[in-house]
Each structure stands twice: as C-alpha cells, then as structure tokens.
Ligand binder design. Structure first.
Ligand SMILES: [Zn+2]
Length: 251
C-alpha cells in the first residue's frame, strides 16, 4: 500500500453492501483503481465521488486489492456537462472509452491528460461531437490499431481526394481507386478531417467548425472503423446513437 497525491477523475461508483460504495478513479500517476468508501451517506467523500469529478486526491493505493481515499482538494465538477443531457452522454462515452482502452492499474498519464482536457473543452462549450471524434481517432492506437489517414498506400502521395479501403487498411488516391472494387466510396472531406483529427493539437481546436451533414458522415465512418478494427459494444455509445434518433424526432 502506497500513499499518493495525484489528480484523479472519477469514472463511476456503485453501491457495495448496505451503505458502502466502490468508486473507480482514473489517477494521473497510477492508472485506474477501485476505491472503497465506507458509510457513504455520512462520508465527507460523498460529493467528490460523483462521476466526472476531477480533484487532487490523497490516496492509499493497493496494487492487488481495494484502495482508499484519504483526502482531497481542488475539486472541479463539470457543471455545464452535467446540466446538458447531450453533453453528458458524450462525456460519459469518451470516459467509458478511456476506461476500456487501458487495463486497470497501468499508469497512462498521457491518456489521463488527454481525457481531462477533452472533458474541460466540452465544459467550455466546444463542439462535443467533434471532440468525441478526435478522441476516438487518437485513441485507436491504444487498441492496437494504427491507421494512416495521410497518404495513399500505393504511391504515398498526400493531399488528394482519398477513399478508404478495408482491403488495404488505408487510403487510395484517385489513381489507385481501382485496386479495390469494394472501396468505401467516402466523401473525401471525411478523410481530410480524420487526418487532421489524428494530428490535431488542442490549441487548433477552436478553429474547427464542421457542418451537421459532415458530422453525420464522420460519425458513420468512425463507427465503421471501430466496428471493423476495435469491436466494442459500450452502453454509453448505444445511448448516444439512440439520442441521435430522438434528436431527429424532436427536429
Ligand atoms: Zn496512389
């Protein structure tokens, strides 16, 4: 058991026995661990263990069994995300995606920073659908999927109206479209954006603006990529898909 002071993001909590809770926290220094909180109703930790809370925690971390929260400070709750069902469902999805992308107990400070930064940009009001797409594209490597969205697999030229080929797991330029009869027939702008998303820095994000029709095409392509290369079935993703249907009905 080691005591650590680290930033942490609460992923979820659930009841354990009569009045206790188990809380999963993604810590910056030590990866994800399960923390035991006794008598949660009376506990001073009750407010800090809500999902999507970021705080600086003092933790007793046990590598093999349950860990414990000793103290906390600098709590940041994502109020605007929590007040908006759409934002909240996207935030929950990227969080769930980060949770499945790395095993528990494995330190991944880079992913921690990427996730908390993505959430704080959603909180700030940047486009949550595009932030989610960027997160999904950049997370592919964590699932062992490394795709090149930058140049043609045959001639390696860049900046052309590319199409995607599952046969070659990469891009085809117009001169090499005929290498795959079952190429995707994508709108080339989708691949242009996905290529930008793969390399984008947070500072560039404020300049990205995508029309609803293009967002829909991006969503379909990224779903297709995840179905073919990752194969996840997250409840939080299903919820977003259903939300899209309700959203359309409301329009
Ligand atoms: Zn080519």
């Amino acid at each position: 058991m080691q005591t650590k002071e680290t930033y942490g993001l609460v992923l979820y909590n659930h009841h354990y026995r009569e009045s206790d809770k188990l809380v999963k926290i993604f810590t910056e220094t030590n990866g994800k661990h399960m923390f035991f909180v006794r008598h949660v109703g009376k506990s001073r930790f009750n407010s800090v263990i809500q999902p999507l809370t970021v705080a600086k925690f003092i933790l007793k971390i046990n590598d093999t069994g349950l860990s414990f929260i000793e103290d906390y400070k600098e709590v940041e709750s994502l109020k605007k995300i929590n007040a908006d069902l759409f934002k909240l469902s996207y935030a929950s999805y990227v969080t769930a995606l980060a949770d499945v992308a790395v095993p528990d107990g494995v330190s991944d400070p880079q992913l921690f920073v990427f996730l908390t930064k993505t959430l704080s940009l959603m909180e700030e009001g940047l486009d949550y659908e595009i932030l989610t797409n960027i997160f999904e594209i950049q997370l592919l490597e964590r699932f062992g999927v490394s795709l090149n969205f930058h140049n043609c697999v045959f001639c390696h030229r860049v900046g052309l109206p590319f199409d995607f080929s599952y046969k070659y797991s990469g891009l085809l330029c117009p001169e090499h479209y005929d290498k795959d009869n079952h190429r995707n027939h994508l709108d080339p702008n989708v691949l242009y954006l996905v290529d930008r998303f793969q390399a984008i820095q947070f500072d560039d994000l404020k300049t990205i603006s995508v029309k609803p029709e293009m967002k829909r095409k991006l969503r379909l392509f990224i779903d297709d990529i995840y179905d073919n290369y990752v194969g996840l079935h997250l409840k939080s993703k299903k919820f977003i898909d259903d939300l899209g249907t309700w959203g359309n009905i409301m329009k």
